[in-house]
Write a protein that binds this ligand. Structure first.
Ligand code: RAM
Length: 934
């Protein structure tokens, strides 16, 4: 749905210049006109126009947009002239000059809201292009200028917009019982057409049951986009891409072509080899050309297209890799080409299929996976005449780009590994994922190859089968890093290098697993959208990357995969596998993710969209409980270290306790949502249910002293109770004391898995023991985060002890070195160390409560709230504390002082500051100093 990189940056340039230059002359005239008509007269002011205009979950001038009633957001200029917004006005028109009749005018709305303002006009139609602009008023009722106008173009919103049909190679028709190998062989599809007039604009709407790469006149349409259209519940919805291809077309003869592979649609998921490549991949494309004279020509996939399975990519699989045969290259296959016709031996007519009535074709609602950067080889680990092992120094995800000398007829084999095992190349932890590429050379010489329809999670690459007379060199291979495209914030640094490395590992964990959907891991035969991993990582990821669109897109898949009974599968998109049951702590993603996103954004749409799913999930919980105690199945406190349980991966915390705690949590969040949405009828019912489950939790699982009545007392037991507000009054303190004692018994090490770990920091901070959070984070010995850093980790691991430099991979098995769940600790880098927290949803009011620890004397960072950037930098030198804070426009902040400070020494901007003075800071920069107590 997005412009190509080039177009995108062009949009950014326009945006930047409008910031620098203010509005154009034309806009001032517009404003003068406006002022004489609808609006009250205001004096000429210096109020700066709103900036950073965005649509929906953060799109700048989107192309191929998905929402017929978009949401609009903007920011006020920050800095010297910052002011508080008291009103706004949005206008939408069909031209950038706003000369045509206005399509929608909000009028002057008294409100300080600057985000997620919903368009209230007639629903926008497929293909429609509109422009929008906004102006704001300050407290003195002075108006700003109009912002620059921003465009918004819709994609194809409904199946009826498609005249194109699904096409594919006839040999792959199911009626012909094609072999798995045949279905796994990528297809080459093409057509030619004439354009007899000069072209004004052209849009390519395109998608696949599988994966595609599109070409016009031999040029790739979107060279940066990979693995499109991405992964949704395909039986319900397939996403479509929209590209501006005006510049690729020419008057006269043109060619439109695509390669097509099975991807997630027809390849196996997990180790289900019997399902591997059993569904034939199909392509759909509709090229709509508008001539200068306004007439339109449409070129659509139909029976006139040609197909071949005789191209160079012989095999493609997500998990297993790709096979490429250079001898089979077809020069010019994707350009105008007289030599290609039905008569040419390699090409046949395609088979066509109509659109499926119950599968919605919908514009992609978040950025595709893209080529993000390339990394050079750091070192050659070993080399001989047969093989060479390269080390990139960073575990990551994507494909290699190789340029290697080969002899004609030789096959190069390219393998991947996350780490060396006692010095050896090791692939066992990929399990059944073959994850290997093969390239067969036709001619002697240097070959260039980059896989198209697979991906790998790796740090090391091994290449064998090159020309043995040549000496391997570092430039033989480059790592092409690929993931869902989103702005990475890069927004925390400290004086402690191991801490910085830990955050870097977490960020690379995010980058490796945000692969169209949130994956558990990117390398072995799994790579699925495990809901439990996702729910613990949503808030941390929002601090580290602009990931709102990514998450809300996946939430749509969650809604689509929820069953009529309310069950949420343990991974989404769902494909039937041995785990058919729902798991507490996993399915609760349905309530936790919408709520967490709301807290980070303040966008009520995410609550409204998901409320029915939340309610249905609560009902599903209820159907698995008796007397308010849930017996829902659970993966438990997954991979808790030092477990005594027979189910070694599931930890010691009683399953019913976990399930009941999550039951309560899901009710609580659904209740909060009902309140925010004004669903008064539901509020009372949810309140009563919550009370009931909370009491049952307390009475069933604990005695009067808060000792467990069943199973072991685990850290996670008390973490769940405290984090989910299941204790009251003095029992809160008792539970905190027990938790602290359990930590102490473990020499202040954690004993937590996937569910307990993410709760540690905030629970301990609430207990006034941020010192313990620091101790846990800075712990060097197993189980701890630094243990992995000390053992060379560059991403976060699945187990606390998945690997060690000395012994290599943990013999227990299931050792991904790239699982983000334990990376959830990064949340505390922002909310604890920097102390930035949303006091109200969307950071309209911000709490600044930096936590100090003796392990750290300096930290700085920022977070881009919907209102603007909040910045925090603090340091401690010789008992002197200094905090620099920037509060963004249109917000207020309160500072909660670190408890180590001597209150009487606190000065704000040089003046003695009482606590009160710190409670309601408006936008601006502050400098706070104080002395630490001994
Ligand atoms: C593992 C996955 C995932 C976890 C589930 C329960 O195999 O890797 O991380 O959530 O199982």
């Amino acid at each position: 749905m997005f412009r190509t990189k080039l177009k995108k940056s062009a949009a950014l340039v326009v945006f930047a210049s409008s910031v620098l230059l203010g509005c154009s002359q034309h806009e001032s005239q517009q404003e003068a006109q406006q002022n004489t008509t609808a609006e009250p007269l205001v004096s000429k002011t210096l109020l700066q126009a709103p900036v950073q205009l965005k649509v929906g979950e953060g799109f700048i001038e989107p192309l191929g947009y998905y929402e017929s009633k978009p949401r609009f957001s903007w920011r006020l200029m920050q800095g010297l002239n910052s002011f508080k917004q008291t009103a706004y006005q949005i206008q939408v028109a069909s031209d950038a000059q706003f000369k045509s009749p206005i399509i929608w005018d909000s009028g002057q709305v008294e409100s300080s809201a600057n985000s997620w303002i919903k368009y209230q006009g007639q629903p926008l139609q497929s293909r429609q292009t509109v422009f929008w602009r906004v102006k704001v008023w300050n407290e003195a009722k002075q108006a700003s200028k109009w912002s620059s106008a921003q465009s918004l173009e819709m994609g194809l919103l409904a199946n009826k917009d498609w005249t194109a049909k699904w096409i594919g190679h006839t040999d792959t028709e199911l009626a012909k019982s094609p072999s798995q190998a045949l279905i796994a062989t990528p297809q080459y599809l093409r057509t030619e057409f004439a354009l007899d007039k000069s072209v004004k604009t052209a849009r390519l709407y395109i998608s696949a049951k599988g994966l595609f790469k599109a070409y016009i006149n031999g040029q790739q349409v979107a060279p940066q986009d990979v693995m499109t259209p991405g992964w949704t519940p395909y039986q319900k919805r397939i996403e479509t891409l929209t590209y501006d291809v005006t510049d690729l077309l020419a008057q006269g003869q043109n060619a439109l072509a695509a390669t097509l592979a099975g991807g997630w649609y027809s390849g196996r998921i997990f180790d289900l080899k019997d399902q591997d490549h059993t569904q034939p991949p199909r392509l759909i494309a509709q090229l709509e050309v508008t001539y200068q004279d306004g007439s339109i020509k449409t070129i659509a996939t139909d029976e006139t297209w040609l197909a071949s399975q005789q191209g160079p990519i012989r095999f493609a699989s997500i998990y297993d890799g790709e096979k490429y045969d250079q001898a089979k290259e077809i020069p010019g296959w994707n350009a105008v080409n007289k030599n290609i016709s039905l008569q040419s031996s390699k090409w046949t007519q395609v088979t066509t299929e109509n659109l499926d009535a119950d599968v919605a074709l919908s514009p992609k609602r978040h950025a595709p996976i893209r080529v993000i950067e390339s990394l050079p080889v750091q070192q050659i680990v070993k080399a001989d005449t047969n093989s060479v092992v390269f080390d990139f120094g960073q575990n990551m995800v994507g494909v290699p780009k190789v340029s290697i000398p080969m002899l004609a007829g030789q096959t190069a084999k390219i393998r991947f590994a996350e780490a060396l095992h006692k010095g050896e190349f090791y692939t066992d932890n990929y399990r059944s994922a073959h994850s290997t590429n093969y390239f067969t050379a036709d001619k002697t010489g240097v070959i260039h190859y980059q896989p198209s329809f697979t991906y790998h999670g790796y740090r090391y690459v091994e290449i064998s089968g090159f020309d043995p007379k040549q000496t391997p060199s570092k430039d033989w291979v480059t790592a092409i890093v690929q993931h869902s495209d989103m702005a990475l914030a890069n927004n925390f640094t400290s004086s402690h290098s191991k801490l910085n490395q830990l955050l870097s590992n977490v960020v690379w964990g995010l980058r490796s697993n945000f692969y169209d959907i949130p994956l558990d891991c990117p390398q072995r035969d799994e790579r699925m959208g495990w809901t439990g991993d996702a729910q613990v990582f949503v808030t941390p990821s929002m601090y580290m990357a602009d990931s709102y669109a990514f998450w809300s897109a996946w939430l749509q898949s969650l809604r689509e995969d929820q069953t009529a009974e309310g069950k949420i599968p343990s991974y989404v998109p769902y494909k039937e596998w041995k785990v058919k049951w729902a798991s507490s702590g996993w399915g609760d993603a349905a309530t936790i993710i919408p709520w967490d996103l709301y807290m980070m954004t303040g966008d009520k749409q995410v609550l409204a969209d998901n409320y029915a799913m939340m309610q249905a999930w609560v009902r599903y919980h209820t159907s698995h409980s008796k007397n308010a105690i849930s017996s829902m199945m659970t993966f438990g406190d997954w991979l808790q270290p030092f477990t005594e349980s027979k189910q070694v991966n599931r930890g010691d915390t009683p399953f019913d306790l976990i399930s009941t705690a999550y039951y309560a949590r899901s009710i609580e969040l659904t209740l909060k949502t009902a309140k925010e949405l004004g669903k008064t009828a539901d509020v009372a019912e949810l309140q009563a249910l919550h009370q009931q489950v909370k009491q049952a939790f307390r009475q069933h699982f604990f005695d009067s002293q808060l000792n467990p009545t069943q199973g072991l007392a685990t850290q996670t037991t008390y973490l769940l109770g405290l984090a989910f507000n299941l204790f009251d009054g003095e029992e809160i303190e008792i539970a905190q004391q027990i938790l602290i004692m359990l930590l102490k018994e473990a020499d202040n090490h954690l004993r937590t898995g996937f569910l307990g770990t993410p709760l540690l920091a905030s629970v301990l901070q609430d207990a006034g023991r941020s010192d313990l959070v620091y101790e846990l984070i800075f712990k060097e010995t197993y189980p701890s985060w630094f243990y992995s850093v000390n053992n060379g980790a560059t991403t976060t691991w699945e187990r606390w002890n998945s690997y060690s430099l000395k012994d290599g991979f943990n013999p227990q098995g299931m050792n991904s070195l790239n699982h983000y769940a334990y990376g959830s600790i990064s949340r505390w880098f922002y909310e604890g160390m920097l102390g930035i927290q949303p006091k109200t949803p969307g950071f309209k009011q911000i709490t600044i409560a930096p936590q100090l620890g003796e392990q750290l004397n300096q930290a700085q960072g920022f977070y881009d709230t919907p209102q603007g950037r909040v910045e925090v930098a603090w340091q401690v030198t010789d008992k002197q504390f200094n905090l620099k804070l920037v509060v963004p426009s249109n917000t207020t902040a309160e500072i909660i002082l670190p408890k180590q400070l001597i209150a009487s020494t606190v000065k704000l901007n040089g003046s003695v500051a009482l606590n009160q003075a710190l409670q309601n800071l408006s936008a601006g920069s502050y400098n706070l100093t104080a002395t630490l107590a001994d």
